[in-house]
Ligand binder design. Structure first.
Ligand code: NAP
Length: 458
């Protein structure tokens, strides 16, 4: 693939492109990573750093500490969201946006330069982005997922000591959710109630024998495609992850008791794949009870399944029983936020969208506009997404330094806070206000929090 030419971006002068051949990466010691700093709290404003900038600083410090300069991330700033609109098309007024075609709106918020850069380099870290106005082009995130076939949304969630979590079992939460990203009701195959297309679909379904008892003439219709190929590749990634990390189980979370040919099939394909490709490394939950007296044999990943509604109570009542979860798109959307909420702050919810030829790591919260340019927001989610990027590069030592330093920073502030109010904390407002006697005002700035993490990196 030849290097792209850009309209406004200047091609990186430092770093080396990570090469992906047929789904296999070869990572250099100085990989070029596309950096989308994002809007709102993600952006630097008048010299005040946003959460992306402070997170990058911590990541660089961890890499330097781990490898003494032998490895280095080469950041390549590219743009999306309001940042892109301001740079590429500053003259377009808000009221004009809705008059643009969907493709023109896409270019406004996600310029071709950015797509070319990500296509070529294949690795990215992303801060939060403003959702486009205008109504045509709906979501930058969804567009990126489909365009680059980033079929797995990976959301690790764990408890950090020092973070006030609403669930008293939160310290037992250590889960990683693999949400299918490219199918299900997210495909956008929807027909508005009363439209000609909805009427055509209703007429077709009438021919198939569905009467007004189940389907009203006036119904809006959404289609839920779920295929064996796309389910299996997602489940394969989840099982491989569990094997690589020596984790105890993979749970297929589905609503197959009701949606038999989509969600139920997802579960069946999961077991089929697990037995066909990982037979010597896995055991099914049924086999555990039938053949092993209820105790999983050492070294095997247990493949089990749960119906989605039961899963939502299980994550709260028995979080220790769940480790890796693989699930279709809509379940995964709800479930990953619910699991993240068990352990506290949204400022810590990290994620990644991973395909075979590209991976985008991203904070899952939004742009929290009221904190823009204030250096107050929690950079934790961008930072921990960056730590996932480090793991993806197989730079485990650097990732571990980040994770441990974040842990220490929280635990230390918890200890300070518990010794009484009025002391200086090192965590941002959202964590600080959880301690008795402390309020938002007692939080450290985003950059002071990052500096403290760097201090603990050593
Ligand atoms: P939001 O930006 O996530 O903010 C909601 C609240 O969550 C904030 O007011 C703040 O709570 C807390 N919060 C979020 N990030 C935080 C951080 N890093 N540190 C501390 N607290 C944080 O949700 P929203 O207000 O609904 O959405 C704002 C914009 O972001 C919208 O345009 C939305 O579409 C977009 N969005 C983008 C993404 C994405 O790019 N992935 C995801 C979601 C939303 P307190 O007010 O209690 O302090």
């Amino acid at each position: 693939m030849t290097a792209p030419t850009y309209d406004k971006l200047i091609a990186p002068t430092a770093g080396t492109r990570a090469v992906n051949q047929n789904g296999t990466w070869k990572f250099p010691d100085d990989p070029i990573v596309c950096m989308l700093r994002g809007d709102g709290i993600g952006a630097d404003v008048n010299g005040v750093p946003g959460i992306s900038a402070v997170a990058m600083k911590v990541l660089d410090a961890a890499v330097t500490k781990a490898y003494g300069g032998k490895k280095k991330l080469a950041w390549f700033d590219v743009h999306a969201g309001d940042a892109a609109r301001n740079l590429y098309k500053p003259d377009v007024k808000d009221e004009q946006v809705a008059t643009l075609s969907e493709e023109e709106q896409r270019k406004l918020y996600l310029p071709d330069d950015t797509l070319k850069a990500f296509e070529y380099y294949g690795l990215g870290l992303k801060g939060p982005l403003t959702t486009p106005i205008g109504g045509g082009f709906r979501s930058i995130n969804v567009f990126l997922r489909f365009k680059f076939d980033l079929y797995s949304c990976v959301r690790p969630v764990r408890y950090y000591k020092g973070v006030d979590a609403p669930n008293r079992n939160a310290n037992k939460v250590d889960m990683c959710i693999f949400r299918e990203n490219t199918e299900d009701v997210y495909c956008g195959i929807e027909f508005k109630s009363g439209s000609d297309r909805a009427k055509k679909v209703v007429a077709f379904l009438r021919e198939m024998g569905y009467g007004p008892d189940v389907l009203m003439d006036s119904a809006g219709i959404g289609i839920k495609p779920i295929s064996p190929e796309r389910s299996k590749r997602l489940i394969k990634m989840a099982i491989q992850f569990a094997i690589d990390k020596k984790l105890p189980s993979v749970t297929l979370c589905h609503k197959g008791n009701i949606m038999k040919f989509t969600e139920g099939a997802f579960k069946d394909w999961g077991y089929e794949l697990a037995k066909a490709e990982f037979r010597d490394k896995i055991v099914t939950e049924d086999e555990v009870y039938k053949d092993f007296g209820g105790k999983a044999p050492a070294g095997k990943v247990v493949i089990k399944d749960r119906i989605a509604d039961s899963m939502f109570q299980q994550i709260q009542l028995r979080p220790e029983d769940y480790s890796v979860i693989a699930t279709p798109n809509l379940n995964g959307d709800y479930l990953s936020d619910a699991v993240a909420a068990l352990t506290g702050g949204i400022g810590l919810a990290a994620g990644a969208n991973i395909g075979d030829r590209a991976a985008m790591f991203e904070a899952t919260h939004g742009t929290a506009p009221k904190y823009t340019g204030k250096n107050l927001a929690n950079p934790g989610a961008v930072l921990l997404s960056g730590a996932l990027l480090l793991e993806y590069l197989q730079w485990f030592e650097a990732a571990e330094l980040v994770n441990k330093a974040v842990e220490k920073t929280f635990a230390e502030s918890e200890e300070i806070a518990h010794s009484g109010p009025g002391k200086k904390l090192h965590v941002t407002y959202d964590i600080a206000r959880q301690f008795p006697g402390y309020t938002d005002k007692d939080g450290a700035t985003s950059s002071a929090f990052a500096e403290r993490i760097i201090h603990h990196i050593g």
